[in-house]
Design a protein. Structure first.
Lengths: 117, 114
């Protein structure tokens, strides 16, 4: 069965420092991978997605992620974190379809990012 | 252009009661998915509606049911509420069910069961 693992439950970084959030997936075929961000009291917002092509994808708010098939990883990065980036980040994969199209998302447990001034 | 809207924002119910949550998709979207997000967890897929039919279902009991209306809005019904049903319920809409298509999430309904 498909699954997503986010090993870091909570990360604290200083404002201006670089950030990398880890994500590992379990999936037999080429996965469709997503990163979402959730701020308090708000729904999930898509940061970026990957399903083919260049393995380094650019997203909104200065985020990028790199797909590494050999490591089954899709880590999220940002070169310089801003205080407004404090939020919870979720990695997700779309499952395989069985007889029809599907965009059912399977999420990891999330990583809560705190930003120190 | 309004995004995905959900009502109510918060809800408190007692064990054994029934609840109905509502979702209006983003303009132009015809597919609605529901997710349950327990505290400290990632969202878990409940089911998806497309063309007024339940197209896919996650690992949730029959106490969870839904409906999609001709205007693509949707309802999630939960019967015989348990304490464990306390969670944030998220609605997501998309245009069709393409695997790579973006899903837009609403702000959620916070359900507390006492």
């Amino acid at each position: 069965a498909q699954s997503v693992t986010q090993p870091d439950i909570h990360i604290t970084v200083s404002e201006g420092a670089s950030l990398e959030l880890r994500c590992n997936y379990s999936y037999g075929a080429t996965p469709y991978l997503f990163w979402y961000v959730q701020s308090p009291g708000q729904g999930l917002q898509l940061l970026l997605k990957y399903f083919s092509g260049d393995t380094l994808v650019q997203g909104i708010k200065g985020f990028e992620a790199e797909f590494k098939r050999s490591q089954s990883s899709f880590n999220l990065r940002k070169p310089s974190v801003h205080w407004s980036d404090a939020a919870e980040y979720f990695c997700a994969v779309v499952t395989s379809n069985y007889g029809g199209a599907t965009n059912k998302l399977i999420f990891g447990t999330g990583t809560l990012l705190a930003v120190q001034p | 252009d309004a995004g995905v809207t959900q009502s109510p924002t918060h809800l408190i119910k007692t064990r054994g009661q029934q609840v109905t949550l509502r979702c209006s998709p983003k303009s132009g979207h015809d597919t609605v998915s529901w997710y349950q997000q327990a505290l400290g967890q990632g969202p878990q897929f409940i089911f998806q509606y497309y063309e007024e039919e339940e197209r896919q279902r996650g690992n949730f009991p029959d106490r969870f049911s839904g409906h999609q209306f001709p205007n693509y809005s949707s309802e999630l019904n939960v019967n015989a509420l348990w304490l464990g049903d306390s969670a944030l319920y998220l609605c997501a809409s998309s245009s069709g069910t393409f695997r790579g298509g973006e899903q837009y999430f609403g702000p959620g309904t916070r359900l507390t069961v006492t």
